[in-house]
Ligand binder design. Structure first.
Ligand SMILES: Nc1ncnc2c1ncn2[C@@H]1O[C@H](COP(=O)(O)OP(=O)(O)O)[C@@H](O)[C@H]1O
Ligand SMILES: Cc1ncc(COP(=O)(O)OP(=O)(O)O)c(N)n1
Length: 292
């Protein structure tokens, strides 16, 4: 039987650390088939983003429509969108799908290297057009502050939102925008605790911090792993626990020496597989490297 097929609607990171590239690795890690509708192209490496190209809105819809005509989409992850026109195209595309399809939205705003990946109008469009359709949204702490901060607050965005609001207050404000559940991810806090809120109960999803890992792409990995686990039939809270654990492992195994800047996560532990492959006699097609 074919594994569940999960669709990422997101941006491409040419450096392979975040975006669509991280999403496909996370899907493979979770044992689901990954599919993509590319919503934006970035020229990006570990140091920064030098250029962004939007994809024509009608071609975003066409990618999703074509997949949906042939393959059952078991869950959708939405990442970097960039512009309001892209957000509206994604809304149109979602309306083509079975309304029961779980949708995870990672409201990507800024890369780890500090580049802005979402304009003001697009942020407002995400709030109005997409958050009400979400099963789970997965902002990091600065994204949560900005989304909860309301309309047109560019200054707050530049500072990463209002730092005086506590995480539970933010989660309540975001839940009121329409998603079924909110996970505020913890990579930007001293203790890496993801806070889950379903409108009634709060849950702290705890685990080890890996200070010596590499975290570029951790948010993409997390939201994709969450979507994959929804596709596999896990309830949202359990899916969020698995996603936190998988993102954390990916940070731990991160490729911190890959470039000059923030190294990418490694959800597949590729570095270790490569080392195993270089040991004499260790790798043949019938003797694949083992993950440690
Ligand atoms: N240093 C770290 N150690 C362990 N887990 C981490 C670390 N940094 C991030 N994570 C995990 O990765 C996921 C993404 O978190 P975060 O860094 O907040 O997102 P983003 O990449 O969008 O800023 C979360 O589940 C978080 O707990
Ligand atoms: C194309 C693209 N999409 C998303 C990001 C941001 O990735 P994310 O995992 O949310 O955040 P960082 O871990 O990179 O901070 C990106 N850089 N590019």
């Amino acid at each position: 039987m074919a594994p569940p097929a999960v669709l990422s609607i997101a941006g491409s990171d040419s450096g392979g650390g975040a975006g669509i590239q991280a999403d496909l690795k996370a899907f493979a890690r979770c044992g689901v088939h990954g599919m993509t509708a590319i919503a934006a192209l970035t020229a990006q490496n570990t140091v920064g983003v030098t250029g962004v190209h939007a994809v024509p809105p009608e071609f975003i819809v066409e990618q999703v429509k074509t997949i949906n005509e042939d393959i059952q989409i078991a869950a959708v992850k939405i990442g970097m969108l960039g512009t309001a026109a892209t957000v509206r195209a994604v809304r149109t595309a979602l309306e083509l799908l079975d309304p029961a399809t779980p949708v995870v939205i990672d409201p990507v705003m800024v890369s780890e290297s500090g580049s802005v990946l979402l304009d003001d109008e697009a942020r407002q469009a995400i709030v109005e057009e997409l958050l009400p359709l979400a099963t789970v949204i997965t902002p990091n702490l600065p994204e949560a502050r900005v989304l909860a901060g309301g309309e047109g607050d560019t200054a707050a965005w530049a500072r990463g939102g209002d730092p005086s609001r506590d995480v539970e207050d933010l989660a309540r404000a975001l839940h009121a925008l329409g998603p079924e559940a909110v996970v505020i991810t913890g990579g930007h806090r001293e203790e890496v605790v993801d806070v889950y809120f379903d409108g009634v109960h709060f849950h702290s999803l705890t685990g080890e911090r890996h200070p010596d890992g590499a975290a570029h792409g951790s948010g993409c990995t997390h939201s994709s792993a969450l979507a994959a686990h929804l596709a596999l039939g896990f309830p949202p809270l359990e899916a969020a626990r698995h996603a936190r654990a998988i993102a954390s492992e990916a940070v731990k195994h991160g490729l911190r020496d890959l470039g000059r800047g923030a190294g990418p996560v490694d959800a597949l532990n590729i570095a270790v597989r490569g080392l195993t492959a270089r040991q004499p006699g260790a790798t043949t097609p019938s003797n694949p490297p083992q993950r440690t």
